[in-house]
Design a protein around this ligand. Structure first.
Ligand code: ZN
Length: 399
């Protein structure tokens, strides 16, 4: 039996493909079988359930296209040590950094790891997120990465919002490969990727290309494997050093290139000529007190498709809220509020390969966020104020 319901008396706001707001007052949205079936200026006639929103703001459900949500422990102790004057090097020598998250993750049993991840996911949903990407990456060894991807699959089955799964194929070199990245990358290409692909355990592949991580040459080997099989991929690129990965990945059809603090204006020109989305991660920039910001002005002028994500992770961005990420991007990177809304809806959807969501249009999936606000600028303007009233995922109340 078809289910029909309507949200009436709302202020609808989304963004068009040029990043301009489309705001409609006194509007109604009719949902039929999980999809938006009508948008009208009056009360719809044929409805089963009607919810009067009293003029509240309705946006597309927010989409977080870059998170490292599954991990054990946290790194609040390192945060405290840093504030007391310890350097990264000292913390790292004392067993901190990514190594500590890898061991906390491996030391948690499946149920505890899944429970802690579910708790974080619900917090993100509580900030308006209706689609979230979750990367593996804190396993490093093959059995541990396999376990993380299997747990993400369980998370998907349980979750009231959409979860997409990313295999972070090259994050950091596991200890047993000390100094031999090419041997590791060969194992990724010849064993891990084919096996995990056969098992259907990821929607996308990601890697970290940087001076402290994997080289451009190694990264392109992984990308070429993906490209040859029609597998979606994205990269962490141009964050701490410039490697050229963002340009090369966009030319090879990456869904997104993420970070981009050190991208050049030439890189931006190239990326803007492709379908690749540029994902900005202001949480890490803020938390690490970085001073080199991505070339946002050039990105906007070149017409780049810009997304903003939390990059939620325990080391460099323990950020849960997409509206706060929008505020950070606005304040630190000078992103106007309309571009920020497009960045967590329309372009974040495209960054994950979705074309059925990210805007409020007839035929789109009814993923919606209802806010106790009356103008979309307020989403980006308020700092740490959670104004979410509720979210709908596929037409169903998810919170
Ligand atoms: Zn990341």
């Amino acid at each position: 039996m078809e289910s029909i319901s309507s949200l009436v008396n709302c202020t609808i706001a989304d963004c068009d493909a040029n990043g301009n707001y489309r705001v409609r007052h006194n509007a109604s949205v009719t949902i039929r079988d999980g999809l938006i079936s009508a948008i009208e200026g009056k009360k719809p006639s044929r409805t089963v359930n009607t919810i009067d929103l009293g003029g509240r703001l309705v946006t597309p459900g927010l989409i977080d296209a870059h998170t490292h949500l599954i991990y054990g422990g946290d790194r609040s102790n390192e945060f405290a040590q840093r504030l007391r004057g310890a350097s990264y090097e000292e913390i790292s020598k004392a067993g901190g950094g990514i190594t500590s998250t890898v061991s906390s993750t491996c030391n948690l049993d499946d149920d505890s790891l899944l429970e802690t991840t579910k708790g974080r996911l619900l917090k993100m949903a509580g900030g308006g997120t209706t689609t979230i990407e979750v990367k593996s990456g804190y396993g490093l060894t093959y059995p541990d990465e396999l376990r993380l991807l299997q747990l993400i699959k369980k998370l998907k089955e349980w979750s009231p919002i959409t979860v997409t799964s990313t295999f972070l194929a090259a994050h950091a070199l596991p200890a047993q490969y000390e100094g031999t990245t090419s041997h590791y990358v060969e194992e990724v290409i010849n064993e891990r990727l084919p096996e995990l692909h056969r098992l259907g355990l990821f929607d996308k592949v990601d890697l970290f290309c940087d001076e402290i991580a994997f080289t451009l040459e190694d990264s392109l080997k992984i990308i070429d494997w993906c490209k040859g099989r029609g597998v979606n991929f994205s990269v962490h690129g141009e964050q701490l050093t410039h490697t050229g990965i963002a340009r090369e990945a966009s030319l090879r059809g990456a869904l997104s290139v993420d970070h981009l603090e050190r991208a050049t204006v030439d890189d931006i020109e190239t990326i803007s000529s492709t379908q690749t989305v540029s994902i900005l991660l202001p949480g890490a920039y803020y938390f690490l007190r970085e001073t080199v910001a991505p070339p946002v002005k050039a990105m906007i002028e070149a017409g780049c498709k810009i997304a903003i994500a939390t990059d939620h992770n325990p080391g460099t961005s323990p950020l849960y809220s997409l509206p706060l990420a929008m505020n950070l991007a606005a304040t630190l990177f000078r992103i106007p509020p309309n571009i920020a809304l497009a960045a967590v809806t329309r372009w974040a959807a495209q960054a994950l390969g979705y074309f059925d969501r990210g805007s409020i249009e007839v035929g789109k999936r009814a993923d919606l966020a209802v806010w106790n606000l009356d103008h979309p600028d307020q989403l980006c303007y308020r700092i740490g104020s959670n104004d979410l009233e509720y979210i709908f995922s596929g037409g169903k109340r998810a919170l």
